[in-house]
Every structure is written in C-alpha cells, then in structure tokens.
Design a protein around this ligand. Structure first.
Ligand code: KDG
Length: 324
C-alpha cells in the first residue's frame, strides 16, 4: 500500500457509488438479479490511468458502511491510491441502479440513491494540497460540482493547488440532468472551463454549455474560453479534438458488440490523458482513446474492461488485421 508521503501522477476527486446493474432488461420493479460494481466517473478515470501504466490516486469520502468498505477495497485492489479517502460516520455511501433496455431498447436508465451521501459532503478540508500540486494531472468533472456547495469549494481548492504546482487540470463536463437543471449546469460549469488545460465534453453537453452541438464549432467556442485542448466525444461517431495552437483531429469510433456503455467516456478520458503524458500527438491520442472507450462497452460495469496500453495495441492490431 502507498504511504501518505508518496505522490501519484494522476489525482482525481469525486463520488464513487455502488452500481447495481440489472441482470435482465425491463422495468426495475420486475428485476430480481443485479450485478454489483464500484462506479464513479472520477475513480473510473483513476483506474483507467493505472491500467495505462500511471500511478493514480482518488480523493473522496465514503460512508463508514459495508458499501464504503467494498468501494475502498475494490479501488485499492485495482492499484488506485486511496490514502486520501476518508470514511464519514454520518452519511452513507451512494448507490445507483441501472435499468436496462427499457423504455428505449439499447439504452439504460439510471436511478440514483445518493442525496446527502458521504461524498456529497466532500469539502476543502479533504484536499491535501501537496498531494494535488505534486501530481502531473488533476482530473474532476461536472458531476462533483453538481453534488453540493462544499464539493465545489473542494474542487476550487484542488484546482488552485494543481495550478500552483504546475499540474495540468483536466475537466470533463459530464452533465447529469438528474442532478441539476441545464441552466444551473451551464452557469456553474462555465466558471470552470477556463481553468481546464484539457476539457472533455460531448455534443449534448456542448449544446447546453455553448449552444453548439457541431463538434468543430463547439470546440472553437470552448477553446475561446481558455482550455488548451478541447475534446468533443461523439459516442458511436467517434471523437473530435482541437488545441489552442490550431491542431485538429477527428477519428471515428470502433465497432464492437455493445453490452454496457456506462463508463466508456471515462475510459476514453484516461486513455487520452495517458497518451498526452506519453507525448503522443492529438490524432494518435484519439485513436487510443476511442479504442479504450470501445473495449469498455464490451462488458457490464464501468471499469472491468478498461484496457491497458498493451491491450489497446493488441486491439488495434486485431482491428487493422480484420479490416485489411
Ligand atoms: O461515467 C460513468 C458514471 O456516470 C457513472 O458510473 C455514475 O459517476 C456516476 C455518476 O455520478 O453519474
């Protein structure tokens, strides 16, 4: 286990919940079997970073309960540094259910049980500034901003520490309309776009944030707000990226059998960040990130199929071979 004085390359902060993923399709009231997973956008990115060969830590609060122990053990088992995670005796670990293929076949509906959760009580006192400032990348998302005012203050403190230490700030807009209105999401997230070195978004979020769902146009508007790199994820259509230095790249997604799309965006973010840390160019970074996202959707659970860098190479060799 990592000691409190050890630092990591990638630091993330946010809520991880227990995901209960329906084993059979249809309305949840008729589902009798669920698969249990640990899932949360920021810890997914931490797991992805570890798989890609980096050291990564996740800052959060968990309930001092069985579900909290499960999440803690799971992430520690994946090699994520959990030394900055605390157990809150006054609030529970968040939980969510995934209803599958109903009412829209091929789509999942998420039901959250997370109001007042331990992670929603994250506050500036949870931030070890030395830990964040010594990282290479600090990553968080719009979900953490949506959880509470104290979560926002924690994000502010972490971003300040990252900037002071020269760590890159990575931010995924991740708007979840079950957590807040589009208006509030736009108002709050707009204040963070300028702090991001790398901004990840998707076409629905960019529509909400800058009124633009066309990836190149959205990226241009978002770049004008301050980030150095903007990546617009387009799901099954692939991804587009642009930098403030005028670089642009667009890559299609890979076709794979889709079992569960939740977490694909996080696998993508982790792989993209890893590629940039490795010094790969924008175009290759999109290829690798699209491959990571594609592999992630092939199994249930957010992180189980997030690939290592080597598995991405094997996947790409297989794909190139198949299409030749
Ligand atoms: O990106 C996947 C996450 O959205 C999912 O695991 C749940 O973190 C989650 C959230 O807060 O919605």
């Amino acid at each position: 286990m990592r000691g409190r004085n050890e630092m990591v390359e990638v630091v993330t902060m946010g809520e991880t919940m227990v995901q209960l993923n329906a084993f059979t399709p249809g309305p949840l009231r008729y589902v009798n079997y669920f698969e249990k997973h640990a899932a949360g956008t920021e810890s997914n990115v931490a797991v992805g970073a570890v798989r890609m060969g980096h050291s990564a830590g996740w800052i959060s609060r968990l309930g001092d309960d069985e579900l909290g122990r499960y999440v803690h053990n799971f992430l520690r088992g994946e090699g994520v540094d959990v030394s900055r995670v605390t157990f809150d005796t006054e609030a529970a670990t968040g939980l969510y259910f995934v209803q599958r293929d109903y009412p829209v076949p091929g789509k999942s509906v998420i039901y959250y049980y997370r109001k007042g959760s331990a992670a929603s009580r994250l506050s500036p006192e949870d931030i070890d500034t030395g830990y964040v400032s010594s990282a290479k990348v600090y990553h968080t998302t719009g979900i953490t901003l949506a959880l509470s005012g104290s979560c926002r203050e924690a994000v502010d403190k972490a971003i300040e520490a990252a900037v002071d230490g020269g760590a890159e700030v990575s931010f995924d807009t991740n708007i979840r309309l079950k957590l807040w209105s589009p208006e509030e999401a736009r108002r709050v997230i707009s204040g963070y776009i300028g702090s991001a070195d790398t901004l990840f978004t998707d076409t629905q979020d960019s529509e909400i944030l800058v009124g633009e769902g066309d990836p190149p146009a959205a990226a241009e508007k978002l770049l004008s707000m301050g980030p150095r790199t903007v990546v617009v994820k387009m799901g099954e259509r692939g991804a587009y990226a642009a930098t403030s230095e005028g670089e642009k790249a667009m890559r299609p997604a890979f076709e794979v059998p889709v079992i569960d799309v939740i977490g694909a965006g996080d696998a993508f973010d982790a792989a993209f960040l890893s590629c940039r840390l490795r010094g790969l160019d924008l175009d290759r970074s999109l290829v690798v990130a699209n491959a990571a996202g594609a592999l992630c959707v092939t199994v249930r659970g957010d992180v189980e199929a997030i690939p290592s860098f080597e598995d991405v190479q094997r996947f790409l060799e297989g794909k190139e071979h198949i299409f030749r």
